[in-house]
Design a protein around this ligand. Sequence first.
Ligand SMILES: [Zn+2]
Length: 101
Amino acid sequence: MAYHDDYEREPIGGGNPYYRCIHCKLAAPEINGRLEGHSLDCEYRLGKESGASEPSQRMVHAAVREAVSQGLLPKSAHGESEYLKMHNQIEAVLKAALDAK
Ligand SMILES: [Zn+2]
């Protein structure tokens, strides 16, 4: 079974060490890599199930790696939130590029 852990996460906070899906707000340990672990109306889950023409996470990660190798981004992000910020910016750029087609 495929393990789905490429959804966007944010810290739960309030002393909780875990992250949660930014869309359905369910905790990562609860989701445990399962599409069904997300709520039925979770944007991530819906996107996966409909095979939407979103920029794929693979594209985003490739773009992040490319940017790092060109020195456009620092090699190591300061924590996961910093990385997510970069990740989301790049995803937005890719999305805009796809929409413009
Ligand atoms: Zn979710």
